[in-house]
Design a protein around this ligand. Structure first.
Ligand SMILES: CC(C)(COP(=O)(O)OP(=O)(O)OC[C@H]1O[C@@H](n2cnc3c(N)ncnc32)[C@H](O)[C@@H]1OP(=O)(O)O)[C@@H](O)C(=O)NCCC(=O)NCCS
Length: 244
């Protein structure tokens, strides 16, 4: 049984859900023509299955919060691709998936962005890091004993921030620092590290400092669980300076 809309969103304005996409029992018939076309374009069978599972899972949770059949939801995209729901613009949400793990943030309190990445997938790439991290963030990554992991942990915060803004990975990112630390306030946005499966890093960004992000008790539903976590200790948002 799922959470009722009044319970789940009255208690907390941002709910974060997490699931493993492999092995979900999915009804692909609720996907739109556009989603099926995108699924067909995926490079391999496993990627296709994960794409379909993620869309089904997101539709099921959003449909439940809204009291709408999951298949009736109509997604639209903003200028840089951030999805929103036609007719339900006051409910913001954001999906992320990496190597079979997926997370979904649902907010009644303004824009949210979420990102998760599997650790250990890639070697540290300094040139790639410079394209998104500020000078301050670069220094901390370079000083770390495990630069690949430090970069990825910085990266998920920066990407969650970019996804909350809906701007995509644009050229302004190196001018902004969103950490490190469990929580940072930057240009009116808040960025926090959130718990992820072992071997993954995850971060959440949101606009309203007054919202209650912590969720709980854990709820198991639709093959996923709602996370329970603390908002963390505030840390300073260091002024970003482009990496040199
Ligand atoms: C948003 C972005 C950072 C996501 O990167 P990623 O690591 O591949 O993906 P994640 O798994 O974390 O998130 C993917 C989900 O984010 C959502 N998303 C897509 N674009 C988004 C955006 N601009 N902002 C926030 N969320 C977005 C979608 O729900 C997507 O899920 P889907 O693939 O099932 O549709 C990347 O796609 C991007 O930079 N997009 C912008 C592209 C752009 O600038 N286009 C120019 C105009 S068309």
């Amino acid at each position: 049984m799922g959470p009722s809309r009044s319970v789940a969103l009255a208690r907390t304005s941002i709910a974060v859900w997490s699931t493993s996409l492999d092995g979900l029992s999915v009804d692909a018939s609720i996907l739109s023509v556009d989603e099926r076309t995108r699924a067909a374009r995926q490079r391999s069978g496993p990627s296709r299955n994960r794409f379909v599972s993620a869309r089904w899972w997101m539709r099921t949770i959003l449909g439940h919060y809204l009291g709408v059949l999951p298949g009736a939801l109509e997604f639209r995209a903003g200028r840089y691709g951030k999805p929103f729901l036609a007719g339900y613009e006051d409910l913001d949400f954001n999906l992320t998936h990496s190597a079979g793990e997926s997370m979904l943030a649902v907010s009644t309190s303004g824009p949210v962005g979420i990102d998760t990445e599997r650790l250990g997938e890639h070697a540290y790439d300094r040139a790639a890091a410079r394209r998104v991290l500020s000078g301050h963030e670069m220094t901390l990554v370079e000083q770390s004993n495990d630069r690949a992991e430090a970069f990825l942990r910085s990266w998920v915060r920066k990407e969650a921030f970019a996804k909350a803004r809906g701007s995509g990975l644009d050229a302004t990112l190196p001018a902004i620092s969103v950490g490190p630390g469990p929580r940072a306030a930057c240009e009116g946005w808040w960025v926090i590290d959130i718990p992820a499966s072992s071997g993954w890093a995850a971060a959440l960004a949101y606009a309203d400092p007054a919202v209650e992000v912590a969720t709980g008790p854990d709820q198991q539903w639709s093959g996923g669980s709602q996370l329970e976590f603390n908002r963390g200790i505030p840390s300073d948002c260091t002024e970003g300076e482009a990496a040199s």
